[in-house]
Design a protein around this ligand. Structure first.
Ligand SMILES: Nc1nc2c(ncn2[C@@H]2O[C@H](COP(=O)(O)OP(=O)(O)OP(=O)(O)O)[C@@H](O)[C@H]2O)c(=O)[nH]1
Ligand SMILES: [Mg+2]
Length: 316
């Protein structure tokens, strides 16, 4: 996705020999604020965020360009114990991002007690990328809840520097970005100055619809949903988008549609209003709901929806 509203005066095709570039993998438990932080750093929404865990399902790049550096922030799914093929895919996507990182940014929720999952994440990093520097950021320090002690976790992985941030308020975020930038190797600008992400508008449209579903539904529904965009045409006057919401069972289809179509109408209206802001023109959004039985445990169906697990024996 591109955005021309860069407020800094960036020289388009020239950079100094001191220019730095590289990948910062942003990892951590679900719901700690990884996507919120990347949106805050970029000053625009490229990733959906919700109060429910396991919102992000894939790797997604946020690109921060200045005259001095290009920092590639890799958003990842929250690391958790896999319980179906979809969450296996999500764990794979997070682990895979670690391998490509020049620096790892490990986010912890300062208001939640350290858990076995945090210990597991520390051990994964220690085992798979022992030489990659890790920065630790305690997020959500704006809340008035007690801040937990993470000393144990600090001891598990080497080279940790610790920041106390609020992704929501922006506290200590510029300092964190400066530190991460200084740790990147010297290197060229990999993406054009106006590119802020590696995802396209079609993907963003699907994600915005999924965000509205997550916000408006409960229990297993947010997790059982996938959204595919079947048509996306940008006209002079307006953009027309046709999407399909996939669920796993007929009962879920009924809930998404709602009484007299009320739920799908709410989801559609909220998604359309947000997409209109992003696209800066009127949007016509058509949504349908289809059942793909147990798609979260079916690798072939998952592939159709864009969640591609590596074949056994593949190195990457
Ligand atoms: N109070 C407070 N809430 C925050 C902060 N950062 C994120 N949140 C909230 O935490 C929730 C989760 O944020 P996300 O950015 O979706 O978290 P995530 O780590 O990307 O979650 P997954 O994609 O599920 O792994 C949302 O409700 C955010 O508004 C913060 O600094 N302070
Ligand atoms: Mg996320």
């Amino acid at each position: 996705m591109s955005d021309d509203n860069t407020d800094e005066n960036i020289v388009a095709d020239d950079w100094s020999p001191e220019h730095r570039s590289g990948v910062v993998a942003v990892v951590g438990r679900p719901n700690v604020g990884k996507s919120t932080l990347i949106n805050a750093i970029l000053g625009q929404k490229i990733a959906i965020t919700t109060p429910k865990p396991q919102t992000t399902r894939r790797q997604q790049l946020g690109i921060l360009t200045s005259n001095e550096a290009q920092v590639l922030f890799m958003d990842t799914p929250g690391i958790h114990k896999p319980h179906n093929k979809l969450s296996e895919y999500m764990s794979f996507a997070a682990g895979d991002a670690l391998k490509d990182a020049d620096v790892i940014l490990w986010i912890l929720d300062a208001t939640e007690a350290p858990s076995g999952t945090d210990r597991y994440i520390a051990n994964v990093m220690k085992d798979t990328v022992p030489n990659t520097p890790i920065i630790l950021a305690l997020n959500k320090t704006d809340t008035l809840k007690g801040v937990h002690n993470f000393t144990q976790h600090l001891a598990l992985v080497p080279h940790v520097i610790d920041f106390k941030i609020s992704a929501l308020k922006g506290t200590q975020v510029p300092e964190l970005v400066a530190k991460l930038t200084s740790m990147l190797p010297l290197g060229p600008r990999y993406y054009p100055v106006d590119q802020v992400s590696d995802v396209n508008l079609r993907f963003i449209a699907a994600e915005v619809v999924r965000e509205k579903i997550i916000m408006n539904t409960e229990k297993e529904i947010p997790y059982a949903v996938a959204v595919a965009i079947e048509a996306f045409s940008e006209g002079e006057e307006r953009t027309t988008i046709e999407g399909v919401i996939y669920v796993e069972r007929d009962s879920q289809k009924g809930i998404i549609i709602g009484k007299g179509g009320s739920m799908i109408k709410t989801i559609g209206t909220q998604a359309r209003l947000e997409l209109q802001q992003i696209l800066e023109q009127p949007v016509h959004l058509e949504l349908r709901v289809k059942v793909l039985k147990n798609w979260r445990d079916d690798e072939a169906l998952m592939r159709r929806l864009g969640y591609r697990l590596p074949k056994r024996g593949d190195d990457d």
